[in-house]
Design a protein around this ligand. Structure first.
Ligand code: ZN
Length: 214
């Protein structure tokens, strides 16, 4: 855990918005801008993808990010790498201390396999990604094939001694935040996870606050 607080003043942010529980958010960050994601009420999974804003065929790569840093968790000092090995963003502050690269996004398919057939129609992160990507990605022809493995900010997915993955109650708490500085022009795509059936949101999806500094 590497807890590093930020000196940035929320009153000087150029963008400040609360994203309701369960909602998608797609926003372009110019190189040099800093995005802060605040877990307002605690234990809220924030499923996140990044695309090169000029060429969305270049996008966040969990494999490259994990391999480059030799660690499956993200925190201050972690570089977010693309599938071309370029640094897209750097995490410059983090008061939670640990973010997941492995757990993936909830989907109609996983909801019905993990929980029950009637859970298939619950709203999911994959639905959020598809809705937002189909609107923004129209000139590029982006579809469900363009959704790679995502980051889960504030989500706790520890690896067991035998290599298993478990979804555990969060390591986050009300007011914890993570900050990322864009190192290229990127599009950030967030699903503020609507999941009700596992402890990733403490069974209670809640809003997050998004701030951007120039
Ligand atoms: Zn989800």
């Amino acid at each position: 855990m590497t807890v590093v607080e930020s000196h940035r003043d929320p009153s000087r942010a150029s963008y400040d918005r609360v994203l309701p529980a369960g909602e998608p958010w797609l926003h372009e960050l110019a190189r040099g801008q800093t995005l802060r994601i605040v877990d307002l009420e605690g234990n809220q999974a924030v499923d996140t993808l990044f695309f090169n804003a000029r060429d969305p065929l270049e996008r966040y790569s969990a494999q490259d990010t994990v391999r480059r840093q030799g660690n499956i968790y993200l925190t201050t000092g972690s570089s977010i790498l693309s599938d071309r090995g370029n640094v897209m963003l750097n995490i410059v502050a983090d008061t939670c201390g640990r973010h997941d690269t492995l757990g993936g996004a909830c989907a109609a398919e996983s909801n019905s396999v993990r929980y029950a057939h009637e859970k298939k129609y619950l709203h999911s992160c994959r639905d959020n990604f598809l809705i937002a990507l189909s609107r923004w990605g129209d000139p590029y022809g982006l579809t469900k094939r363009d959704i790679p493995s995502n980051i889960n900010f504030f989500m706790n997915v520890p690896v067991t001694a035998t290599g298993g993955l478990t979804f555990e109650d969060g390591v986050s708490a009300p007011g914890k935040y993570v900050e990322l500085r864009a190192e290229m022009d990127v599009v950030a795509l967030i699903s503020n996870c609507p999941q009700l059936n596992n402890p990733c949101n403490a069974y209670n999806p809640t809003p997050v606050r998004l701030l951007i500094w120039d």
